[in-house]
Design a protein around this ligand. Structure first.
Ligand SMILES: NC(=O)C1=CN([C@@H]2O[C@H](COP(=O)(O)OP(=O)(O)OC[C@H]3O[C@@H](n4cnc5c(N)ncnc54)[C@H](O)[C@@H]3O)[C@@H](O)[C@H]2O)C=CC1
Ligand SMILES: C[N+](C)(C)CC(=O)CC(=O)[O-]
Length: 331
């Protein structure tokens, strides 16, 4: 698989595609966007502007070489000449299959075709490609330009060298590739996020808590520690000196209590209205772009603190910083 990546085709430039664009140009890589939205320039520009603000707080020195952003009139034109393709179109299997097949028809066989899907199976997405061996999931997290995690997952027909090659590329742009070894719907991270989301929707639907109360329950508690220690690490400490075994003995039986509701709530119009109205009230008139800036400021501060501690995502940031410094010496 191709290792020297200088130009990436981005198929779809919404929340995620534009986030990829920001991370890639900051890493000195040129991007070519294909997106049929007539407003794609404005929307991508707004994300790039917010990202630039956050990235300058993270790395005061601009990159020695900033990648360029170009727009192509078709998928084929974007893929032509690209060293790597990242598809971030809406989460619909038929659409993604068709886009990957179109990219596959144009790209040389050593060019990786990655999809940002948050849960569709790569074995199905690669099914219409002539060279399915180069198709892989590269599932990022929002905002892509600040959060390093990318889940990398191959399908049944993915070639053995594709996952390591895609992972090496993602690591080179400051990301933290996590190889999802078993192909499952939702991969690993979204399995966890969806469980929390399902429970939160039940609580709102049942009138137990508002969206604001649930968000405070996360931000002022577990959310703070999740930035640097996962559930298993945290619960080992919660077992005291006897660790995880004591924790399991003490709190394990509670897992059998009917506290959680595993079935998803019906997404009735009433529930959608309630969640949307409460989330708008929570925002107190602040626009999405304005709140993105607050989110980014906090993420930058957290990443810098983690880098100083040398833990969690701070290690990814340190690697990205070092990579940028090396690049600047060669420029
Ligand atoms: N929003 C999120 O939090 C995350 C989303 N993802 C995944 O990223 C992908 C994209 O999601 P979002 O960016 O949130 O969606 P979005 O709705 O913000 O953006 C999708 C973009 O694709 C464009 N598009 C539609 N048809 C197209 C076509 N035929 N060719 C090229 N572009 C086309 C749309 O115009 C739009 O700009 C999905 O697979 C989603 O599961 C992954 C991680 C997080
Ligand atoms: C809602 N979502 C499933 C698309 C979310 C993700 O995939 C990851 C994220 O950034 O939360």
């Amino acid at each position: 698989m191709r290792r020297d990546i200088r130009r990436v085709a981005l198929l779809g430039a919404g929340v995620i595609g534009a986030g990829w664009a920001a991370r890639l140009v900051e890493s000195g890589i040129d991007v070519v966007v294909a997106d049929p939205d007539p407003e794609v320039h404005r929307k991508t520009g707004a994300v790039l502007q917010n990202a630039e603000r956050a990235l300058r707080a993270l790395f005061p020195e601009p990159p020695a070489r900033r990648g360029s952003v170009d727009y192509a009139a078709s998928v084929e034109a974007a893929v032509d000449g690209a060293d790597f393709v990242q598809e971030s179109a809406p989460e619909r299997e038929d659409l993604k299959r068709a886009l990957l097949a179109r990219a596959d028809a144009v790209a040389p066989a050593d060019v990786i075709l990655a999809t940002s899907t948050s849960g569709l199976l790569p074995s199905r997405l690669q099914a219409d490609c002539r060279h399915p061996g180069r198709v892989v999931v590269g599932h990022p997290f929002n905002p892509v330009y600040l959060l390093p995690l990318v889940e990398v997952c191959g399908g049944a027909a993915t070639a053995p060298e594709t996952v390591p090659a895609a992972s090496a590329f993602y690591a080179s742009i400051g990301m933290h590739p996590l190889h999802v070894r078993t192909e499952i719907d939702g991969f690993v991270a979204d399995r966890l996020l969806e469980a929390l989301w399902r429970e939160a929707l039940h609580l709102v639907n049942d009138g137990v808590a508002t969206t604001d109360e649930i968000d405070r329950a996360i931000c002022h508690g577990a959310g703070l520690r999740w930035a640097f220690m996962g559930t298993f690490g945290i619960y080992r400490l919660a077992g005291g000196e006897a660790g995880m075994r004591h924790f399991m003995a003490q709190f394990g039986p509670a897992l059998k209590l009917p506290w959680t509701r595993l079935e998803a709530p019906e997404l009735t119009e009433a529930l959608v209205d309630r969640v949307s109205e409460q989330a708008e009230a929570q925002a107190a008139g602040r626009s999405v772009r304005d709140m993105e800036r607050s989110r980014d400021d906090a993420l930058v501060a957290i990443l810098r603190a983690l880098e100083a501690q040398g833990i969690g995502a701070g290690a990814d940031l340190a690697r990205w910083r070092q990579g940028r410094e090396i690049m600047s010496k060669f420029d």
